[in-house]
Design a protein around this ligand. Structure first.
Ligand code: 6PG
Length: 244
């Protein structure tokens, strides 16, 4: 049975980024010494979060030594390319902190190595699937998340945890986590802002509230088995929706 899910609505994109950053402060201060494994995402809303985390307040408040960063997806380019998710996260946040970060080498297409790296660094559940403490995701207007795009093969993957996914509509291939890895996580936070996302957000939330899983929009395959699922959205994306 999927775990609980909720939406948190913030006034606007900066407020959303601050709310998520504040939760990350708490997460980084979880008692214990084990590294806290977080998968980062590409996209404009996640980018704003990284920039917020790089502000003096959060640089000071987050216990960066506890955090280890991975990536949930990557474009087939070198990190110096403006399209690289790693490059974006590095400029916005990683170059300002001392946490370890492991990039996906999507430009050489080696998804198996990235899966092995996760298996080495992140404790697994009984079936061998690593359990990330947090997977951050964005959402496209077509319902894609990570690089799980509508109509692509990776949506049907049940065994491999990281794959190269042919994305015909973008005439490219990208490396991406698959559902079995995302849905094993302790927490999955979906970050969405802006009026252009209102339609897809309201459709997806309505579908979430229904009993059946609809795979039309890849985001709806994100249903953590045990972990929490939080939709962090701003009022523009929510279209005036109340906090629940
Ligand atoms: C990427 C992503 C992708 C992204 C969404 C939302 O590499 O682009 O990881 O899933 O998060 O496309 O992106 P925007 O916030 O820019 O719309």
């Amino acid at each position: 049975m999927p775990g609980p899910w909720k939406t948190v609505v913030s006034k606007d994109a900066p407020a959303l980024a601050r709310s998520v950053a504040e939760r990350l402060v708490e997460l980084s201060r979880t008692p214990g010494s084990a590294p806290i494994a977080i998968a980062l995402s590409g996209g404009s809303t996640p980018k704003r979060l990284y920039e917020t985390l790089a502000s003096p307040q959060f640089i000071q408040d987050v216990h960066w030594d506890r955090l280890e960063f991975f990536f949930g997806d990557e474009r087939s380019v070198a990190p110096s390319d403006p399209d690289s998710n790693y490059g974006m996260a590095e400029r916005a946040l990683l170059s300002h902190i001392r946490s370890k970060a492991y990039r996906m080498r999507a430009e050489i297409g080696d998804a198996e190595s990235y899966q092995r790296l996760l298996e080495e660094h992140v404790a697994a559940k009984r079936d061998g699937v690593p359990v990330l403490d947090l997977v951050l995701l964005g959402l496209g207007t077509d319902g894609h998340t990570a690089s799980l795009f509508p109509g692509t093969k990776a949506l049907h993957e049940t065994r491999r945890l990281v794959v190269m996914n042919e994305v015909a509509q973008l005439k490219t291939r990208r490396m991406t986590f698959t559902y079995p890895l995302i849905n094993a996580a302790r927490r999955v936070w979906i970050l969405v802002s802006g009026a252009d996302k209102h339609e897809i957000v309201s459709r997806c939330i309505a579908a979430h509230e229904g009993a059946s899983i609809d795979r039309r929009w890849p985001i709806l395959g994100v249903r953590p088995e045990q972990g929490e699922l939080v939709w962090w959205i701003d009022e523009a994306a929510a279209g005036g929706r109340e906090k629940r």
